[in-house]
Design a protein around this ligand. Sequence first.
Ligand SMILES: C[S@@+](CC[C@H](N)C(=O)[O-])C[C@H]1O[C@@H](n2cnc3c(N)ncnc32)[C@H](O)[C@@H]1O
Length: 319
Amino acid sequence: MSAETWDIDGFPFAEHLLTRLQAVEAKGHGDLDKWRSALAGLPMVPNAQHQFTPMLKVSGDVSEALSVQLKEALLPMHPWRKGPFQLFDQFIDTEWRSDWKWERVLPHLSPLAGRKVLDVGCGNGYYMWRMAGEGATQVLGVDPMWLFRMQYRVLSHYFSEALTAEQSVEMLPLGVDDLPENTHYFDTVFSMGVLYHRRDPVAHIRQLLAQLRSGGELVLETLVIPEGGEPELWPEDRYAQMRNVHALPTVSRLLSWVEQAGGVAARCVDEADTTTEEQRQSPWMWFYSLPQYLDPKTPCLTVEGLPGPRRAVIVAKTN
Ligand SMILES: C[S@@+](CC[C@H](N)C(=O)[O-])C[C@H]1O[C@@H](n2cnc3c(N)ncnc32)[C@H](O)[C@@H]1O
């Protein structure tokens, strides 16, 4: 499969994106050739049927030989973190049950049908296809990891033919800082699992709000700590073995950050502990995962002795 093509003509700031993409492409990645030759091995399956909900699934007549070919194309893209997906007879049982998060988030959103959506930190684009399945017309995802762009291309290879003529879905290997500021373009902006990776959480929320049109909707999902103690935790070293975790707020502190950044009508619509059923090793992600990152004697704590992972979903609007 060839080098990248970018489906960005529909954006008024396409030129800006293209400049950033050229810089990222010039830098490249040492595994790109390996991943691209894996992509080239993806079988084409005529008359496939597609399902976006409750599970991303593509089905069709696949011989044993094609099934082996498919698996051989997918394995070089390990680790598969976000999913799961059913691709013909291959069940990609990813590290995360991302479908569980989507079930917690979706009921609280303004309907996505007809909306222009930005997904910041979109990973391999799992949620982008779920958004398209809800009828979003333009879905743009950004995530700087090339591997996730390659996994996205696997999904796009099978699911893009199920989009309507009005719909477009594109994932770009860019960071949120590569987007133009203040586009005020999108109807809904998602930032899920990104805020705690940012050194300045309020600045991140402000930059997300600046991508929304007036009256648009922000969906912010992040790690939180229990109320009743300090309102913020800034891990000195690792958190659940992750190196780049900065602020973990209480829900009330998080809501105040959203207001400080200019969001209105902010509300917490869901709070849930992350369980070792939701995040774990699998045949498609064989590195350590959450069970190895919790204190074996006190599993409500991380191995560093910090509060175990709990996530909140905040929905807010722009004026
Ligand atoms: C914990 S994952 C969350 C993925 C997905 N949104 C979800 O909720 O499952 C965080 C993602 O944010 C991405 N990320 C980190 N820094 C970013 C940045 N500056 N801009 C955009 N994405 C970023 C990472 O590559 C990673 O895929």
